[in-house]
Design a protein around this ligand. Structure first.
Ligand SMILES: O=C(O)CCC(=O)C(=O)O
Length: 277
């Protein structure tokens, strides 16, 4: 489990009110007075085109497993470039892990030395609404369709909260090799409200070696076995946060980048029971 540096309250990290041209970038980023990053018109048109498709045609399922689903090219090359542009403003720092030790529920969680990568957190809904919209659509149309863990409102909208989005960067020899779940049904931390996880692969397969996304799934005999999930840039792996044990193996060369997006339900979490609700 990754410890979120702040609470679930989504806050933009910085607010800029001008047109910013990034170094080494051919495309300018348009940042409005509330700090939101606007999309280039070409991306707006592409995304609108996708949203007009019937729900079952919006996303291509590349792999369906009882414990996870892989959405193929949920973000195309152009949109990935727009995401990279947005992320250039972020300054990822060494990730922290939670393990308070003893026999608390945190014993289940990964240890400090089992992870070595850099992360940065941002509110997708506030800083990059088009990205948030696409991720939330995957939660609704893929994740919650597969595992109906989130309540649905009268108009089909999900009654859930979204945690801040994690941007992770793994250089050579870095990893998240600790087997972990993103949340625990018996856990007492705010993160245990996570119900569905989306991991977005940002890097091309040729950009790094190693760094596989591994899942522990039941084998034919019932014993768990390791499955290396093949992720190409733009693919998204979706899974129930309180169910799938997973890890990222050591990156041998190059740089691997990902986003992790969580849809949460406070009612599913002991932390928010009683006085915390
Ligand atoms: O970077 C990834 O592919 C997954 C990261 C992860 O498992 C996590 O942050 O919990």
């Amino acid at each position: 489990m990754t410890v979120h540096p702040s609470s679930h309250v989504a806050k933009p990290q910085r607010r800029l009110c001008k047109k910013t041209s990034l170094k080494q970038s051919s495309k300018p980023l348009i940042i409005n007075s509330t700090g939101e990053v606007s999309l280039p018109p070409s991306t707006v048109a592409r995304l609108a085109n996708t949203e007009n498709q019937p729900p079952n045609k919006q996303f291509i399922i590349k792999e369906r497993h009882p414990d996870y689903v892989v959405v193929q090219s949920a973000f195309d090359r152009e949109t990935l470039l727009d995401i990279q542009q947005f992320l250039k403003r972020k300054r990822p720092r060494a990730a922290r892990m939670k393990n308070e030790g003893g026999d608390s529920d945190d014993e289940r969680k990964a240890r400090y030395d089992d992870r070595d990568c850099a992360v940065s957190w941002f509110s997708a809904s506030m800083e990059c609404p088009w990205l948030h919209k696409r991720l939330a659509a995957i939660v609704r149309l893929v994740g919650n369709a597969e595992w109906p863990l989130l309540k649905v409102g009268m108009h089909g909208q999900l009654l859930c909260e979204y945690e801040q989005t994690q941007y992770a960067v793994y250089g050579a020899n870095q990893h998240f090799r600790a087997w972990h779940q993103d949340a625990y049904a018996q856990g007492h931390d705010p993160e245990d409200a996570r119900q569905l996880t989306l991991v977005v692969m940002l890097s091309e397969r040729s950009a790094y070696t190693g760094g596989t996304f591994d899942a522990k799934v039941p084998g034919p005999s019932g014993r768990k076995r390791i499955r290396k999930i093949d992720l190409h840039a733009g693919d998204v792996v979706v899974f129930p946060a309180k169910q799938l044990e997973h890890r990222v193996s050591v990156v041998k060369s190059g740089v691997r980048k990902s986003l992790v997006f969580w849809a949460c339900d406070k009612a599913s979490c002991k932390y928010f029971a009683g006085e915390h609700v």
